[in-house]
Design a protein around this ligand. Structure first.
Ligand SMILES: [Zn+2]
Length: 190
């Protein structure tokens, strides 16, 4: 295992061992840890290091998933949010009201995923680490008018998780980003 991956895995394990003591201050800490575990799984498969966990109205974990853009084969739409929501909508066709559902993401969703999550009508989306260069949450006011109107009763916010988890979520995303960007750019050389 790559040394950087191993280091982050050890840090996550360490944070998991004393997570209970941080839950009062950071109520999303445990779920945020799970999103980071998923993100690390994505990196180990050669995908972008982003993970998501979907929670149901009673606080139960419904689904976990991670980015699958490059593995098992190239699928440009297989961001972690898409992977989880595709699966949820396939297997839970009976669910008509998404207001009590919360999607936790290790990284701030991109424009494609934000549009999808608005269209999916999910009640709340929380992200652990900000993505200033690729995230859309912090500039959601730039969305087309109809998307802004549709998102009126949805909540898009940063998770209540510790600075340690936020740092790790970001570090996981940057583990292989240069390599994957090169791979993506090769599909349409400049
Ligand atoms: Zn995305």
């Amino acid at each position: 295992m790559n040394n950087n991956i191993k280091k982050i895995r050890d840090e996550l394990e360490q944070l998991q061992t004393n997570v209970d003591g941080r839950l009062d201050d950071y109520p999303d800490e445990q779920i945020s840890l799970y999103t980071c575990e998923e993100a690390l799984n994505a990196v180990m498969e050669g995908n972008y290091g982003v993970g998501c966990v979907l929670m149901g109205p009673s606080g139960d974990i419904v689904l976990r998933g991670h980015n699958q853009v490059f593995h098992p084969y190239f699928r440009s739409d297989r961001h972690a949010e898409m992977v989880v929501m595709d699966k949820f909508e396939d297997i839970h066709q009976e669910v008509l009201d998404m207001s009590g559902y919360v999607l936790h993401c290790s990284l701030e969703p991109c424009p494609m995923c934000l549009a999808r999550l608005i269209s999916a009508r999910i009640g709340t989306v929380k992200y652990v680490a900000s993505d200033i260069d690729g995230g859309m949450m912090h500039q959601a006011d730039k969305l087309p008018k109809n998307f802004i109107r549709l998102a009126k009763n949805q909540s898009f916010v940063q998770s209540q998780s510790s600075p340690d988890i936020q740092k790790i979520a970001s570090e996981i995303f940057f583990l292989n980003i240069n390599e994957l960007r090169d791979k993506l750019f090769k599909r349409l050389p400049v």
